[in-house]
Design a binder for this molecule. Structure first.
Ligand code: GLU
Length: 278
């Protein structure tokens, strides 16, 4: 067996649709072609949105597609202590700060005439010790954010490979596209970014295959890997499926779920054939 390890990492907060099928089949086929391993990870860290029946539906739909995965399946909700430990390491490096801003306050800051860009402007980064202590003591909910500038100063220049091509992390782009990312919230103990980076390392994923909609996050993931001393997988972001009008398939637009297609008489072979043509 080769050392090729990839994964499909759905969140159980909706039924899988054709876009998921494309992602899962792309990763599964790549693993097969490389004689490697295919893993499944359930990204159920957002307890308020994850539903057990949707997790069961993921297994059912993937099996129907003819996909086989290794067991046991890693479920993020079972590893919260690991994410907390990773967060604590970043905190110990002085790279995390509490952010007390509400969504509304952030929106207002961005809408202000001088509010450049579309990412969090770093308001709480500059709070002094006393202001921070007062807010913490008030019991106000807060998010923990990565101080991106300090993080980049610590890591120095970074790169990763995208579809076999070396790509340098562009600090300026990272600042304007992601900024001081949230790493944890009161109700969600670890953000997608922190959990995914930790899990890919623990699961020894060598190639991350996922949709192009997540490509923006890869430079941040590379930064977190460097900070936490984790290996960097290779990345392959695949194209996104679009509907007849050219719009990206998305759950919120009611994209046809695999179970609806199945109920309508479509077979797994039909889905594969459709996706190869799509
Ligand atoms: N859980 C993410 C999603 O459902 C995918 C994470 C990843 O592939 O890195 O969009």
């Amino acid at each position: 067996m080769s050392d090729f390890v990839t994964r499909f990492a759905p969140s159980p907060n909706g039924y899988l649709h054709l876009g998921h099928a494309f992602s899962a089949l792309t990763a599964f086929t790549a693993a097969r072609a490389a004689g490697g391993r295919f893993l499944l990870r359930i990204e159920d860290i957002d307890g308020a949105r994850a539903r057990p029946e949707l997790e069961a539906a993921i297994y059912e739909d993937l099996a129907w597609l003819g996909i086989a995965w290794e067991t046991p399946v890693r479920r993020q909700s079972e590893h919260l202590d690991e994410y907390a430990a990773a967060l604590a390491r970043l905190e110990a490096m002085g790279l995390v700060y509490p952010c007390f801003c509400t969504r509304k306050e952030i929106e207002e800051a961005l809408a202000a005439p001088h509010g450049a860009g579309s990412v969090y402007p770093g308001t709480c980064r500059g709070l002094d010790r006393t202001a921070r202590a007062t807010r913490l003591a008030s019991g106000r909910p807060f998010a923990r954010r990565l101080d991106l500038g300090a993080a980049l100063a610590r890591t120095g220049p970074l790169a990763f490979t995208e579809s076999g091509v070396a790509v340098a992390v562009d600090p300026q782009r990272l600042r304007t596209e992601i900024g001081d990312a949230v790493l944890a919230r009161k109700d969600v103990p670890a953000s997608y970014h922190l959990a995914v980076v930790h899990d890919d390392a623990v699961q020894e994923v060598s190639v991350v295959i996922r949709g192009a909609d997540l490509a923006f996050a890869t430079p941040l993931h590379r930064v977190l890997q460097a900070l936490l001393g984790l290996p960097t997988p290779a990345y392959r972001h695949h194209r996104l499926l679009t509907d007849a009008s050219g719009r990206r398939l998305a759950k919120r637009d009611g994209a046809a779920t695999l179970r609806a297609l199945r109920a309508a008489g479509m077979t797994a072979d039909d889905v594969r054939a459709h996706l190869e043509l799509a």
